[in-house]
Write a protein that binds this ligand. Structure first.
Ligand code: ADP
Ligand code: MG
Length: 222
């Protein structure tokens, strides 16, 4: 099985306070992983490091066969655009662009040609049932639609991994449950690899593995 994430001996402190301590994580292609843990336990710090948005103080990281920490800033930006999708608690859609333009943004940045962007866009809008609202601005969408659009954008360039930081933290219960089912379906339909940070226990049922981040390390939840 292909390893999409191999993090070994990751440590990170802020002002001498250790957050991550010799942490290890391996994620295989197609796995759906949940990371739980108390507020302040270091979940976002870990996700930022795995997403190459932050550096650990020590340890190694291999993402889709590459060591991101040896790349130049330009190489890293290109690598992230191609291989990593992000979903955050708040959708971070750009307010002045409509839904279709927002989800296409990673492909514009990657320099895809127009026809390829249009066909990928059509495919995803249909899959996510967002066709009828594709010309609406983010403020005209429901919370559930906004988060579906955010995941659609994360998926657009078919990245090796999608990292989601409390993606349902801002949704009501029924939208959160629908979102969890959607992630499970994406994982199955596209063999898409996910690492999701969540407080919500019912997400657990949908995941292949659940880890708890505690005292700087990951423990499998029994
Ligand atoms: P979680 O996402 O699990 O709530 P975080 O990773 O955001 O936890 O934070 C873990 C700890 O690291 C917290 O004590 C937080 O205050 C601290 N921390 C996070 N980011 C920074 C930063 N940029 N500067 C200083 N301290 C930080
Ligand atoms: Mg956090």
């Amino acid at each position: 099985m292909e390893e999409i994430i191999s993090a070994k001996g990751i440590s990170k402190s802020y002002t001498h306070v250790p957050v991550l301590q010799n942490l290890n994580l391996t994620v295989l292609k197609g796995e759906l992983i949940a990371i739980m843990g108390k507020s302040g336990s270091g979940k976002s710090t870990l996700l930022h490091i795995m997403g190459t948005l932050d550096h650990p103080d020590s340890g190694s990281l291999v993402l889709a066969g590459h060591n991101p920490f040896t790349m130049s800033l330009n190489q890293l930006a290109e690598f992230r655009n191609k291989e990593i999708g992000f979903v955050f608690q708040f959708h971070h859609l750009l307010p002045e662009f409509n839904l279709a333009e927002n989800i296409q943004m990673p492909a514009f940045i990657a320099g895809w040609d127009k026809s390829k962007i249009a066909s990928r866009s059509q495919e995803l809008l249909t899959y996510f049932d967002l066709e009828s609202v594709q010309t609406q601005k983010p403020s005209q969408l429901s919370g559930g639609e906004q988060q579906r659009a955010a995941i659609c954008r994360a998926l657009f360039n078919a990245p090796s991994i999608i990292l989601a930081d409390e993606p349902t933290g801002n949704l009501d219960q029924s939208n959160a449950e629908e979102f969890h089912r959607l992630i499970r379906k994406l994982s199955t339909d596209f063999n898409q690899t996910f690492v999701i940070v969540s407080h919500q226990l019912e997400l657990a049922d949908q995941c292949d593995k659940i880890y708890v981040l505690e005292r700087g390390a990951l423990h499998i939840k029994s």
